[in-house]
Design a protein around this ligand. Structure first.
Ligand code: ZN
Ligand code: ZN
Length: 127
């Protein structure tokens, strides 16, 4: 199947623009069946107006997330949980599981402090 350049009238400025064969192919490859309705200028202008840039893209560099299971939100989801230490209600950024203790921020902080004692840096120099 071959594409042919196509003239489309922009719905914003009523000027004709060319939907080129290359662009049509590009659209097709991305599964976009709708033709563009605005000329490139108007599209750009609209994009600029919406502001904020394409932040909905998860283009983050060190993407090591695998916890979210299909969530693609920029916002972090918080889960309600009960602290295993003091029983207080808290929120954690991961889905709490039955087999793992969950700590509120207070208990978490104090546990970190205590556990940094003797945390494995003991006697590492000797065999
Ligand atoms: Zn236009
Ligand atoms: Zn607690």
């Amino acid at each position: 199947m071959s594409f042919q350049d196509k003239n489309i009238t922009c719905v914003d400025c009523n000027q004709d623009f060319v939907f080129t064969a290359g662009e049509q192919e590009f659209y097709e490859q991305r599964g976009l069946t709708n033709e563009p309705r605005r000329c490139p200028d108007c599209r750009r202008a609209r994009k600029a107006q919406q502001g904020g840039g394409g932040s909905s893209y998860s283009s983050g560099g060190g993407g090591g997330y695998s916890a979210g299971g299909g969530y693609d939100r920029p916002q972090r989801q918080m889960f309600a949980a009960v602290c295993s230490e003091c029983g207080k209600e808290t929120q954690v950024p991961f889905q709490p599981r039955g087999d793992k203790p969950v700590y509120c921020s207070d208990c978490f902080a104090s546990r970190r402090q205590t556990s940094s004692y003797g945390g494995g840096s003991y006697g590492s120099g000797r065999y």
